[in-house]
Design a protein around this ligand. Structure first.
Ligand code: AMP
Ligand code: MG
Length: 401
């Protein structure tokens, strides 16, 4: 059995960024730029009005101004603003030649149809005009390589006319829960059966990690069925199998993975929950597939995913490989730990966090199948192996969920 740190090292070594792919705007959310993006245009592309109003020449001393035309956004002026004249512009309209400021219509006085009192007095040249290139110029880098793209970045790419861009490919992650006892959420429970909670959990966790989940259905504890489904799963970047990786008579998964060419990197980690965790890699047809055999108990599956799978998915997507980021917290309640393995115990932040110090209360957790308690947890406390008593005020390391 290896330590958590050794297990991390195995995963880190094999979790390299995927190749880059030209990808359209609609599919970019959460992906990382493979290259820096320079704009091919000035932003904005022309001098434009910031308000609805009148475009004027501030040096014009005429008492009144005659409206030559109205220009709305998307149209272009045909008239030049000469002394004694103005062009009415709406927000976003290009500024007509001869004008060097726009005055909001609310600040103008309409004297007659098509005639206003000259509002130029005290108005500064350039007022209410957004100048061409005032945000950035053509040739300027607007997004740096490696950036994880959010809605604003996607908006900026659209603005500069970049309809597709090179990003690190979105990892495709196949999910295969296994077990003869599993039925779907919409099915009635027969004797000895339980519902498949890991499948929906893993599909959701994969999507939440900005990867593409691939649902392989539910596998039976039967070599032929597992072989078929695992083979399908191996056509992806990552395969997550849950269940069937311990030492029971129906725990067939490691044997079948090996038979299908997946090279075992480790099996069993000194950790609670999640000890039976299996990890391997297959290289075939120019593709590397990372395979995690996650212990079937839902809490074990979840904790193994958080600790080992999530960092791998981030690295595949071009991000840094970071083990779950640990924070220091202070225990708000006494807690007794017993056991030879480091334990990740669900706990809950006690409100409010006094003086910036995070206080946590260990939850009354009933073990690896107790999903309900985990849904109330905000953190996992990483408790070292051993038999000891912790008291309120003791420092513990926690991982935010
Ligand atoms: P296994 O790792 O296959 O020995 O399963 C360990 C425990 O987790 C057993 O009690 C299983 O019934 C349960 N289990 C396995 N797979 C799932 C699943 N997909 N959803 C909920 N519980 C599961
Ligand atoms: Mg099983």
């Amino acid at each position: 059995m290896i330590s958590v740190d050794e297990a991390f090292d195995h995963v880190r070594r094999l979790a390299a960024a995927l190749p880059s792919e030209r990808t359209p705007l609609a599919e970019l959310l959460g992906l990382r730029l493979a290259e820096s993006v320079a704009s091919s245009v000035d932003s904005p592309p022309f001098d434009k009005s910031m308000v609805d109003g009148y475009a004027i020449d501030v040096s014009d001393a005429s008492p009144t101004l005659r409206e030559l035309e109205l220009v709305t956004a998307g149209n272009v002026p045909t008239e030049t603003v000469v002394h004694g004249a103005t062009v009415r512009v709406m927000t976003g309209a290009p500024i007509p030649a001869g004008a060097d400021a726009v005055v909001k219509w609310e600040d103008c006085e309409l004297l007659a149809e098509g005639e206003i009192r000259n509002p130029a007095r005290g108005v500064k040249s350039g007022s209410c005009i957004i100048r061409r290139g005032s945000s950035f110029h053509a040739g300027q880098v607007v997004l740096e390589a490696g950036k994880r793209l959010g809605p604003l970045d996607i908006a900026l790419l659209a603005e500069i006319g970049q309809a597709e861009v090179g990003v690190i490919a979105r990892p495709r992650v196949a999910v295969l829960p296994t077990g003869d006892e599993l039925v779907a959420a919409h099915e009635p429970l027969g004797p000895g059966q339980i519902r498949n909670s890991n499948g929906p959990m893993l599909l959701a966790a994969v999507a939440a990690a900005d990867c593409t989940p691939i649902d392989l259905g539910v596998g039976c504890d039967d070599p032929d069925d597992l072989r078929t489904r695992i083979n399908q799963g191996l056509a992806n970047d990552v395969l997550l199998v849950s269940g069937g990786v311990s030492a029971g008579v129906k725990d067939l998964v490691p044997g079948i993975l090996t038979e299908l060419g997946v090279e075992e990197q480790f099996h069993q980690v000194r950790i609670k929950p999640g000890k039976p965790l299996w990890f391997g890699v297959r290289h075939a047809n120019g593709r590397r597939t990372l395979v995690f055999g996650l212990p079937g108990n839902p809490v074990s599956t979840f904790v193994s995913f958080q600790l080992f799978v999530l960092p791998a998915l981030r690295a595949l997507a071009g991000g840094p490989f970071e083990s779950a980021v640990a924070q220091r917290a202070v225990l708000a309640m006494p807690f007794e730990h017993r056991g030879k393995r480091p334990t990740y115990h669900p706990c809950r932040q006690s409100a409010p966090a006094a003086g910036g110090v995070l206080h946590v209360e260990p939850l009354d957790w009933r073990g690896s199948s107790d999903l309900a308690t985990l849904t109330r947890a905000t953190h996992l406390a990483a408790l070292p192996a051993g038999d000891y008593q912790l008291v309120p005020g003791d420092a513990v390391e926690v991982i935010a969920l």
